[in-house]
Design a protein around this ligand. Structure first.
Ligand code: SF4
Length: 672
């Protein structure tokens, strides 16, 4: 019989939804493993005692204050569960009767070390360093005096804001400083003990616990009444569980978590990047393709079928990726390209890549572009700088701005709306703007639905969406390279909503993260499925003749220079050509494939035009992201046209919707 994991929960009311359903359920509802043995034995303690129990081996899994993760980087965090707040939390309050600056001593409830450490950081950032005095849990409020304050945690903090002249809700203070959720606690486990069944049971417990928020509120209030303690209404307690506390550790909360850990660590004089290990759950949004292929395949028959436009299934695509001869794959992709674009024209666009800010909270390990908030070299481009770049773009014949940046918590949605309106009022440029990652960030920051963010941005002037931020759409890979960035599901949802509004977008894939054939094909399948969905339910914007959809696919290899990822993976031109040819055959519902010359050079770009691509991308008057990680190729429009002609095609400029622009723009060089 398997031993149940010893689970140590927190006694605080805000933790009830995360564990009470495990102890209050009927015996037949206790979560069990495949052999019918219970998954958990449950106890509860104060938060700091929970962390100690996990550290000293008394517990296998514990709800720990997040500060404990800095001392135990080996602990494995259960994904998608947290005790967090976005703004005021009401139960972690610094209270005093004089202005904070006049406080000399603070009595701190040591029940939660995260709250105490956080308070230190918040005060230090305001230049305040009062003496801290440990106080037993629940006793601090009684000590508030003339120059004494108290950090009160848990139930005793309810209603403190009405009783004292000066209070600081730490959730509020954190959100107004960082624009990020404050994560107080997570489930953490000793390495190697968690299974998928444990994680799924804890996530299901959270959902059940929240469903019964009113029942928890009633029980909690009854207990207070019985103990003769002051109480709030039942509705107020339920509202606390439902609104003040957030129990999901989504990408936005993970951003907040890493920001908090980074600041706590920096406060201790250790400014190095923080890593958090999450339990790797199977991909939840896109069904993984089968990892083994029992059927016998004939590569040339598959290639013949795909070249004729026949649809490949995921297992067939994996066989081609692993076994097809590169040149045969290229020939089939070229045949498909000819069928889709028979007139021998290769298109390109003249646009400028503008990275409006490099401030980012996501801290992706593969990124050498971002600066954390407050970091050295952090920037937001001024209107003056933007005006100069936009005017120069128009002067060079550019028709579009490809606008992307970091996840900057200081830029609200209105900043983007004003910026887009100003652009449209002053320039004739299209805005191919904001990747799904930035849209998800704005939705989180403003607490809005993704669709509403898109509607507002479109009304302000956004024309289309670039497909950045996809990397590999598989949670196993994303967990390794960008654990604090949006999920696969979020990325796809932004594109789904954009297409439903009639907007067009592009889609991308970055390889070189030690992904497998299964990861690659899962990624391509997610894109193909979403495109099927868009084409099956077409929504066409006024004045357009084609519906919202992916207009093009672009793939390129990861550029590693200066990044934190030390991977050994194949990022050669050969693998690039293999992937691009496979994509041409597999993405049978996406019309256009762009070559990626900025990372591999224009000569490889020419070859790629014979491996399924029909577009030479963009002149890119400026590029900052991949160029900071080692890609240094730049081309002018005449050089792009030269390379297109050298590959045996006629060049034509285009729009983001792949409408051709009248030409010729640049006469071919006279032959000698
Ligand atoms: S890749 Fe994008 S989201 Fe990730 S750290 Fe860089 S700028 Fe931020």
């Amino acid at each position: 019989m398997a031993q149940p994991l010893r689970l140590c929960a927190v006694t605080f009311f805000n933790a009830w939804p995360l564990f009470r359903p495990l102890v209050e359920c009927r015996p037949e509802k206790v979560p069990v493993d495949d052999d019918g043995d219970p998954l958990f034995s449950v106890s509860d303690k104060l938060p700091s005692a929970c962390a100690a129990a996990l550290a000293n081996g008394e517990a296998d899994v514990a709800l720990v204050p997040v500060a404990a993760l800095l001392e135990h980087p080996e602990w494995v965090v259960v994904p998608d569960i947290a005790i967090a707040a976005r703004g005021a939390v009401r139960t972690v309050v610094l209270a005093c009767d004089v202005p904070l600056a006049a406080v000399t001593r603070i009595h701190v409830d040591m029940a939660s070390r995260t709250s105490v450490a956080l308070m230190r950081v918040i005060l230090a950032e305001r230049g305040l360093h009062p003496e801290l005095i440990d106080a037993p849990h629940g006793s601090g409020a009684a000590k508030i005096g003339e120059t004494d304050a108290a950090l009160v945690i848990g139930g005793p903090a309810f209603g403190l804001t009405d009783k004292h002249a000066h209070t600081l809700d730490l959730g509020d203070a954190w959100f107004s400083t960082t624009g990020l959720p404050l994560v107080f606690a997570v489930w953490a486990a000793r390495p190697g003990v968690l299974t998928e069944a444990h994680v799924a049971a804890l996530q299901a417990t959270r959902d059940k616990g929240l469903k019964h928020a009113e029942a928890h509120a009633r029980t909690f209030r009854d207990g207070k009444v019985e103990a003769g303690e002051p109480v709030l209404s039942e509705a107020s307690y339920a509202d606390y569980l439902r609104r003040s506390i957030r129990y999901r550790l989504d990408a936005y909360a993970r951003n907040g978590l890493v920001e908090l850990l980074t600041r706590l660590q920096g406060h201790r004089g250790r400014p190095e990047p923080v890593d958090v290990q999450f339990f790797a759950q199977p991909h939840a949004t896109v069904a993984p393709v089968p990892s083994s292929t029992p059927r016998q395949f004939d590569c040339s028959a598959l290639l013949d079928r795909a070249a004729e436009g026949g649809r490949l299934d995921p297992a067939e695509a994996m066989v081609l990726y692993d076994h097809a001869d590169l040149w045969a794959l290229g020939r089939a992709a070229d045949q498909r390209r000819q069928a889709l674009h028979p007139d021998g024209v290769v298109t390109y666009i003249v646009d400028r890549n503008v990275n409006y800010t490099n401030v980012c909270t996501a801290r992706c390990k593969f990124c050498n572009f971002y600066t954390p908030p407050g970091g050295k070299g952090a920037y937001v481009l001024s209107r003056e700088t933007l005006a100069g770049k936009f005017a120069e773009t128009e002067a060079l014949g550019g028709i579009q701005i490809l606008l992307q940046g970091g996840l900057n918590p200081d830029l609200p949605l209105t900043w983007y709306e004003d910026f887009f309106r100003w652009t449209k009022a002053n320039f004739k440029l299209s805005l191919h703007a904001l990747s799904p990652t930035e849209i998800v960030h704005l939705a989180n920051l403003e607490d809005l639905e993704i669709r509403e963010v898109l509607v507002r941005l479109r009304a302000a002037g956004m024309d289309s969406l670039p497909g950045g931020g996809a990397e590999i759409l598989h949670e196993e890979v994303r967990g390794r390279i960008s654990p604090f960035k949006n999920s696969t599901g979020d990325w796809l949802e932004v594109m789904r909503q954009a297409h439903r509004l009639g907007m067009v977008s592009t889609c991308t894939m970055v390889f070189g993260f030690q992904e497998t054939a299964e990861h690659i094909v899962t990624h391509l399948t997610a894109l193909r499925d979403l495109q099927d969905e868009a084409l099956a339910n077409p929504v066409t914007e006024a004045g357009q003749d084609k519906p919202g959809r992916f207009t093009a696919f672009i793939t390129w290899p990861f550029q590693a220079d200066g990044t934190r990822l030390k991977l050994r993976d194949d990022t050669s031109p050969w693998r690039y050509l293999r992937l691009q040819a496979l994509a041409r055959l597999y993405l049978d519902n996406i019309d256009n494939l762009q070559v990626s010359w900025p990372t591999l050079g224009p000569d490889v770009g020419e070859v790629a035009l014979r491996f399924g691509a029909n577009d030479f991308g963009s002149v890119m008057i400026e590029e900052n992201v991949v160029s900071q990680a080692g890609a240094h190729f730049m081309l002018t429009a005449d050089l792009i046209e030269h390379h297109i002609r050298q590959a045996g095609f006629e060049p034509s400029r285009r729009t983001v919707r792949y409408d051709r622009l009248p030409g010729p723009h640049i006469a071919p060089a006279a032959s000698a």
